[in-house]
Design a protein around this ligand. Structure first.
Ligand code: GYE
Length: 306
């Protein structure tokens, strides 16, 4: 890349022409994340981009440390998936002062200063929440009051905030009520634990709205352990559409899944190359997605890549 070729001596790469990218991943909390990491690693390799990969184990402080270390190593570009929305201004200002462009991928940040990053590649999480709510409004027409418990993603993360917002917007004015809402941190064990507690404190749960498949899968375990039938006694709506989720949907244990595509690798490398070359890129790149019913899941399962 440009910086390394200038003989700054900072490039750790043996190949001075290759772009070096520092990438700070959220963690390995879900099937979605595993597929996302794989996609990024494979796409970097295919594009000949040298990848410095760092796993933050769902902690913002680890991501900040990783970004500082990428700055010190004078990488050509930094990409990261911010675990939470706020608290990035200082470290991103440091990157800006070091002339290292930053690309946001998967999750957005909440900052007034748009100059802190070049572009944001990721899904429209509000739209995902809306799709989940719209399906439930249709599905429960004429049923009277419907009680929903919500398994939220990581507190303060873009997908948790936005999926809650979109869902609430879609159900407003209907007979659907959210009677309890708590974070399960996007993990299977978190979803299971929170659902166990919900089942103890509420006898009237009709629907689980889980912000991702993994928490929904954890909820299925809790519901079955309580002697109830997931998908029938209690309906389940999730987001992601990873293989295990799609299998549970095809098996009738989940009722509806909103897709969130983790295969962002190729699009990210394309943006990286353009940004490093100084080309103009759009400030926002949205990922196209769909939804799945049980019948649709049976049809597409054999071809799912993740
Ligand atoms: O839905 C969830 C993961 O940020 C879109 O993070 C991502 C979310 C995804 O843990 O499974």
């Amino acid at each position: 890349g440009a910086l390394a070729a200038c003989g700054s001596g900072g490039s750790a790469s043996g190949d001075d022409d290759a772009i070096t990218m520092g990438f700070s991943q959220v963690g390995a909390e879900s099937g979605w994340r595993t597929a996302n990491t794989k996609s990024i690693r494979e796409a970097a390799k295919a594009a000949g981009i040298e990848l410095k990969f760092s796993d933050a184990q769902q902690k913002q402080e680890n991501q900040i440390k990783a970004i500082r270390s990428f700055i010190q190593q004078r990488v050509d570009v930094i990409a990261f998936s911010p675990v939470v929305e706020t608290g990035w201004d200082n470290v991103l200002l440091e990157a800006k002062r070091a002339n290292i462009p930053v690309i946001l991928t998967d999750r957005a940040i909440d900052s007034d200063d748009e100059s802190l990053y070049e572009t944001f590649l990721g899904s429209d999480f509000v739209e995902e929440g809306r799709k989940a709510g719209e399906w439930l409004v249709e599905d429960s027409k004429g049923e009277g009051t419907v009680n929903v418990v919500e398994l939220q993603g990581t507190t303060g993360s873009a997908p948790a905030l936005d999926r809650q917002e979109g869902f609430q917007e879609a159900i407003s004015g209907s007979d659907i009520k959210i009677i309890a809402s708590q974070t399960g941190d996007f993990t299977r064990s978190g979803g299971k634990q929170v659902m166990e507690a919900f089942l103890k404190s509420h006898s009237d749960i009709d629907v689980v709205y889980a912000h991702n498949d993994d928490m929904g899968l954890g909820a299925i375990e809790a519901i079955e352990a309580a002697g109830k039938k997931p998908g029938e006694d209690i309906k389940i709506i999730t987001v992601d559409a990873v293989k295990d989720g799609m299998q549970a949907l095809a098996d009738g244990k989940i009722n509806f899944i909103v897709e969130c595509n983790p295969l962002l690798g190729d699009q990210l490398m394309d943006l990286v190359q353009k940004v490093v070359a100084g080309e103009q890129v759009p400030k926002r790149v949205v990922v196209e997605e769909t939804t799945f019913t049980q019948e649709e899941a049976k049809k597409v399962l054999p071809e799912r890549q993740y």
